[in-house]
Design a binder for this molecule. Sequence first.
Ligand code: BTN
Length: 251
Amino acid sequence: MYSNFSDRKRSIIYLPETESTNNDLKSLIRSEDTPVFSVISAKKQISGRGRLGRTFISPEGGLYFSMSYPLNGNEKNIPYLTLLAGLSVSCALEEVSGIKTEIKWPNDIYLGGKKLGGILTELVSGKNLCAAVGIGINMSAKKEDFPEELSGIVTSLFMEGIVPPHGNLVIEKTAEILDGFVYGACELYEACPSTVEAIKSRSFSLGKKVKYTLGDTVFEGKVSDILNTGAAVITLSDGSVKEIFCGEITQ
Ligand code: BTN
């Protein structure tokens, strides 16, 4: 089943503006009888969404796209798909433009210690179970496009003095790399050690002291490993370890 997708070309839909490409993709998946293998991209989002119910500020000039990943119904490794997407974006930016980014566990793309983009992975149970992987990258946004409280926390290629590459090249390259992981190497079913190493080598989080928050749970420690399940391992000061799958870490 999976090799069928590695051979197929994705349909890419380009929109001038939308509420959220993840919402559009989810509607498309739910409306179709057959597995959807598409990309929906938009030049601007009115209601871009981030993880944990947050807004993803999406002015004109950024890159906003969502890719569908038809699944076979028994995947347990969706957190790992988000890490694979982060690795794919990071590799695509480097291949297309030589830009070196890092992956902040679990879903952020970092450049120069600031957030350049993020990934929102959602499961969609239409007639065929799919993952919708939504990717947002700040390309030509200016400081004034973001609220004051995000100053020093988010950035864009423009703000870092980098001429943004053509967005469609980044979309196509990211899709090619991520499709290769998911359907070519079947990484979702058995993670390759070399891919996990590649994720770790681009990790912004590994080895850093962090504070972990999920609801009322808060603890501090050091990120000591990233696993092929998508989990981060945090070693606390008493030497005990915690595996975390969701929530947020702050440096
Ligand atoms: C995050 O930073 O928490 C994740 C941000 C994900 C943003 C992308 S932009 C394309 C897709 N559509 C959305 O509404 N969100 C994702």
